[in-house]
Write a protein that binds this ligand. Structure first.
Ligand SMILES: [Zn+2]
Length: 226
């Protein structure tokens, strides 16, 4: 609690100092008729950089003191000046400990929308220490992917894809799909899929998959040996 109060009072102090600097540059160098030519661009750049510092400091603000009304029915934070409900352009995440970005979003409309773009709720990607993670969430939409054929409805979905060392793992509402690195597949060779019982026992030996299951043969997981 003490720590939080300290962050809050420090942030307020930092922001106040920053506002003073911004006002100083603006009043003395940007809004005066006699600003020296050539110097203007430099002061303009300084002002932009201060603006960026403002944006980054603002990320730490939890808007503790509430909002005040400005024109156009908008509200701004009394401390950092951020407009209420406006999107952040950056994320502030701690270097140590758990990094958390965003919430667990799911499809949120029963309507079938006209196209994928309209239906999209989120499509975001992060590269995290060399691993790539994509989250793609959309509502139901109409699609005519099969050209010439009539429209089909694509179901609402939350897709998560993780890519590591060329291996892709896809998780959606209905399936978990793992795609091994492309280089394994020889050019010109067909691709087949099948349940284990559809594959000849002798051929199964070529597939290094281990199933984990309970006493009722309920699947608990599986391992693919590399
Ligand atoms: Zn704020």
């Amino acid at each position: 609690m003490m720590q939080k109060k300290l962050v809050r009072s420090n942030l307020k102090k930092e922001l106040k100092r920053l506002y003073r600097s911004m006002d100083f540059i603006s009043n003395n160098f940007l809004n005066k008729a006699n600003t020296i030519r050539g110097g203007f661009q430099t002061y303009f750049n300084i002002y932009q950089q201060l603006g960026m510092a403002w944006e980054f400091l603002g990320l730490q603000c939890k808007h503790w003191d509430g909002y005040k009304k400005i024109k156009n029915k908008k509200k701004v934070c009394k401390i950092c000046g951020k407009i209420k409900d406006a999107d952040n352009f950056y994320y502030l995440i701690s270097k140590k400990g758990l990094k958390k970005i965003g919430k667990m979003l799911k499809s949120n409309s029963p309507k079938i929308l006209n196209n994928k773009k309209e239906a999209e709720i989120l499509n975001d990607t992060i590269e995290f220490h060399g691993a790539l993670l994509n989250v793609n969430i959309y509502n139901s939409y109409k699609s005519n992917l099969l050209k010439g054929k009539h429209e089909i409805n694509i179901a609402a979905e939350r897709n998560v894809m993780l890519k590591e060392r060329g291996i892709k793992c896809y998780i959606d509402n209905h399936a978990i799909n793992i795609e091994l690195a492309n280089k394994r597949r020889k050019i010109g060779k067909e691709r087949y899929s099948g349940f284990p019982w559809e594959i000849k026992r002798t051929k199964l030996r070529n597939l290094p998959v281990i199933f984990d299951f309970d006493e009722d043969y309920k699947l608990l997981g599986l391992s693919i040996l590399q």
